[in-house]
Design a protein around this ligand. Structure first.
Ligand code: BGC
Length: 385
């Protein structure tokens, strides 16, 4: 046990503090799983947000606020059993409110872009808020990442938090009152499960996801260029210069987009011969999963060689947006005053294809009254020595 771990153990014993630190020592065997609630701060309109800490019996913690349903922190052990945060985030609610590039956030109603913020459903046109050059991105100016959800702890043998939000007919331009439920569960097997559900009272489109930025070094010590990625996806969606898919599904074989075998992310991220890399300023594309069924299946593995941490991703979704933090530029100051620079994190946003409402050949994102939108994604952590 190192000096920091020893001090922290003392603090836990003396202060009875059990769940407030983002870095902790190797847990004792009798560590209890559970959920704690603490005040997190006030929004401009006077409403309060809370911070929930979920701990599993292995000592892993997930911190979630009901503001934006944001995953504020997630600890996972390295090969020596050292728990560290594997996400990017801020120290305070104020920063999340002021300038969050979607760190940890729930995204809705529509993950990623809808071209020019327009689509037509059953002959009825909708005009959405345009918030990303000429396009609509991640649900608009006030997406689900910026609303206050209602949080309820869920009874059970694993700590879980249920978040609900009703998005009003017309919100950000979308049709229908949409009732959304998201449940975060911190499983015994060091997996964070996210279950999404939604229903509507008018035909609409839905594509929910979570936008956590991961860095498996722990505490974001370096870029993610040395992380090694495997993606079970044999095609990806090429985009135009505003990052809207062209409609083509392109085989990854022979391109910088082929992660079907474990590959260091940095190897081809700046492949200047590929216009797609130029458009995304690196990876910022949607991969079409080889198994695009609605079954829960493993789709990605990320390995960080120094810490030995491994993250595997499972989902019921047909695609995943792999984004390498290309637009981080050091101007965002994260936890403990640390500036997050370009490529200091990666996102694996499980979802339907961007701009599906305007591409009839893409799997549908339409939700009708009487139907229930239901998806699940699991991020699981382990180590490889
Ligand atoms: C998008 C990026 C965007 C990032 C943060 C990703 O899902 O694909 O283009 O910059 O989110 O907004």
């Amino acid at each position: 046990m190192n000096q920091r771990s020893t001090l922290l153990s003392l603090a836990l014993l003396i202060g009875g503090i059990t769940m407030t630190s983002c870095t902790s020592n190797k847990p004792a065997d009798d560590q209890k799983s559970g959920l704690e609630k603490a005040a997190y701060g006030q929004l401009h309109d006077g409403r309060s947000a809370d911070l929930y800490t979920l701990r599993n019996s292995a000592g892993m913690t997930a911190q979630i606020t009901n503001y934006g349903g944001i995953l504020v922190g997630l600890t996972a052990p390295d090969k020596d059993g050292q728990f560290e945060d594997v996400t990017l985030g801020f120290d305070s609610l104020t920063t999340y409110v002021k300038s969050n590039p979607y760190f940890g956030a729930l995204i809705g109603r529509y993950g990623n872009r809808i071209a020019k913020g327009k689509f037509t459903l059953d002959g009825k046109p909708s005009t959405l808020v345009v918030n990303n050059t000429v396009n609509h991105l991640h649900g608009g100016t006030v997406g689900f990442d910026k609303v206050l959800w209602t949080a309820t702890p869920v009874e059970g043998d694993e700590p879980a938090l249920k978040l609900t939000y009703t998005s009003k007919d017309g919100e950000e331009g979308y049709p229908g009152n949409l009732s959304v439920t998201v449940v975060y569960t911190l499983q015994k097997d060091n997996a964070l499960k996210i279950d999404y559900e939604a229903t509507t009272d008018k035909p609409t489109v839905v594509n929910l996801t979570n936008h956590t930025y991961f860095n498996l070094t722990g505490g974001a010590k370096r870029t993610i260029l040395d992380h090694v990625l495997t993606l079970n996806a044999d095609r990806f969606l090429p985009v135009n210069e505003t990052l809207i898919p062209t409609g083509q599904l392109k085989p990854v074989s022979g391109t910088a987009f082929d992660f079907t075998k474990a590959t260091r992310i940095g190897d081809r991220i700046d492949d200047s011969t590929d216009v797609q890399i130029k458009y995304g300023m690196g990876y910022d594309h949607c991969w079409v999963l080889s198994d695009s069924s609605h079954n829960l299946k493993p789709i990605a593995t990320v390995f960080e060689p120094t810490s030995g941490r491994v993250m595997t991703v499972q989902t019921t979704e047909p695609a995943v947006q792999f984004y390498t933090g290309n637009f981080l530029d050091g101007s965002v100051t994260g936890r403990e005053g640390f500036p997050y620079k370009r490529r200091y994190a990666l996102c694996l946003e499980t979802e339907h294809y961007p701009n599906s409402p305007n591409q009839p050949a893409f799997p549908t994102t339409v939700l009708r009254p009487g139907q229930t939108y239901k998806t699940t994604t699991i991020y699981q952590f382990s180590v490889k020595k």
